[in-house]
Design a protein. Structure first.
Length: 499
């Protein structure tokens, strides 16, 4: 993979100046067109051999382009804020919005590359990390993000000359670190490892571009031209988003019976018994989140269900048992302009809690396979691939000690109608009922079908759905509290066993 980047490519000063003038003008024009269109973003990852010029290339791009429309990000050891959340959180939070660019030094490859240098990559963990990267880049590409990955390469002899040259000049000696000399000493072994890394992450939609970097003129023009050509090509596509469906087809039942059709909805629990059990389970929840071990765990509660099924009431019974400093409630409505400028899952990644905290989502990322599917706000390809993206998202956060607890609250058509009328009749409940709620009733069967599909496709061992028959709101609230306590207890017990 590196042979073509060890041929001794060069560009003399006169040719460089001619190329640079044309390239700067073209790139700046592209950047303004990108900002005007604002239908995709460009993410540039810079990797490569030590001293190959990653910083020089980044600085040059910032010089050539409008700095207001491009940002740079480098990644050192994770901060305390980053350590308290899933590993990819630090990358999601700095993604540029549509219409802008970002340069990432290493990006999500920083961890695997560093582990390879330290010889600290456990085989299973390394394979898992590469799989996460591949799924992330595919998801970003499917969302329309242009991911440009550059490997700035030097042969062993070129690296040796570069280190000697930089080290001999007091003005540049600071740029040579001990790790660079170590890399030179172990060059063959490291290049074999990086070749394997690049080959296995060389996606059609996010390929690696290997650039010979012994001559800075050649390197700079090559990177600039790759950015120019790839961005123009992306702009010329009929759609920057992928329309292919990489998911197993949905299989409707022959007899028409859906998953939610079989859920019992009518349970009996009197108000008196409810009050007794409510105090018991709220006390139990409060005790669990006060345990020292809970500081190593975070909890995400997802509430979905039919309109007026009692999601808000169940959430309030949970939060009533908690210290207000320990939780956040996130009501999910239509995306804002800021959220529409990012890949779909960005708005949810940003709200993930640190360890020792809970976040309760009133509606969630399941909107893509529910309301967006039914109302036609997402294309068939978008919501079909969302099942896999959601499962991957939940698996990643579960692997980072985030307990995902999901509730589907179901009521009958008749019970919903009664609750709608009640909300209209009581002054302080009128804010809960809108014209959209009434309109959604006309698509009741479509929503039941979509909900049955999403539960079936996203109920996994790490984050299963609890389906709650909620015609009796007292029963539903206790069922939610009981299940949440049991899941937290199981997670804390597992922590203790693995300690």
């Amino acid at each position: 993979m590196f042979e073509s980047a060890e041929l001794g490519h060069q560009l003399d000063k006169q040719a460089y100046q001619q190329f640079e003038t044309e390239l700067r003008q073209s790139l700046l024009s592209i950047q303004y067109d990108l900002n005007q269109r604002a239908d995709f973003q460009v993410v540039i990852l810079l990797g490569g051999v030590p001293t190959a010029g990653k910083s020089e290339v980044a600085n040059l791009l910032l010089k050539w382009l409008d700095p207001r429309l491009i940002a740079t990000h480098a990644f050192a050891e994770p901060s305390d804020e980053e350590t308290a959340r899933p590993p990819f959180w630090r990358y999601w939070r700095i993604l540029p919005p549509k219409g802008k660019m970002a340069i990432l030094f290493g990006g999500w490859y920083s961890g695997p590359m560093w582990d390879q240098m330290q010889d600290a990559a456990e085989p299973i963990a390394y394979e898992y990390e590469l799989a996460k990267i591949l799924r992330l880049e595919k998801m970003l590409s499917d969302e329309g993000v242009l991911v440009l990955k550059f490997w700035l390469h030097l042969s062993k002899d070129q690296l040796k000359k570069q280190i000697k040259k930089l080290g001999a000049d007091s003005r540049t000696a600071w740029r040579v670190e001990e790790s660079d000399r170590w890399f030179l000493k172990n060059y063959d072994q490291m290049i074999d490892r990086y070749r394997d890394l690049l080959l296995r992450t060389n996606l059609a939609d996010a390929p690696w571009r290997v650039v010979e970097s012994s001559d800075s003129n050649y390197r700079n023009i090559s990177v600039g031209r790759h950015i120019e050509e790839a961005t123009r090509h992306h702009m010329a596509r009929a759609s920057v988003r992928q329309n292919r469906i990489d998911a197993a087809p949905l299989m409707p039942s022959i007899d028409g019976v859906r998953l939610l059709d079989t859920l019992p909805l009518d349970y009996v629990l009197s108000k008196e018994d409810y009050k007794i059990q409510l105090e018991e389970w709220q006390g139990r929840l409060n005790g669990l989140v006060r345990q020292p071990k809970f500081k190593q765990l975070s909890v995400v509660c997802v509430f979905e269900g039919m309109d007026a099924a009692g999601k808000g009431g169940a959430i309030r019974r949970i939060t009533a048992a908690l210290d207000a400093r320990q939780y956040r409630t996130i009501p999910i409505a239509a995306p804002t302009e800021e959220e529409r400028a990012q890949p779909y899952l960005w708005r949810f990644w940003r709200h993930l809690p640190p360890h020792g905290q809970l976040t309760l989502f009133d509606r969630s990322w399941y909107g893509r396979v529910l309301v967006e599917r039914v109302e036609g706000f997402a294309s068939h390809a978008d919501w079909m691939r969302a099942y896999g993206e959601i499962n991957d998202f939940e698996a990643q956060i579960a692997a980072a000690n985030v307990l995902v607890v999901k509730f589907w609250l179901a009521i009958s058509n008749e019970e919903q109608l009664n609750r709608f009328h009640e909300r209209e009749a009581i002054e302080y409940k009128r804010f809960k009922i809108t014209e959209e709620d009434w309109r959604n009733r006309e698509k009741w069967d479509d929503y039941v079908t979509a909900a049955s599909d999403l539960i079936e496709r996203t109920s996994t061992p790490n984050s299963p759905w609890l389906r709650v028959g909620a015609n009796n709101k007292y029963y539903a609230r206790i069922a939610v509290l009981r299940h949440l306590c049991e899941r937290i207890e199981a997670a804390l017990s597992q922590q203790e066993q693995s300690a």
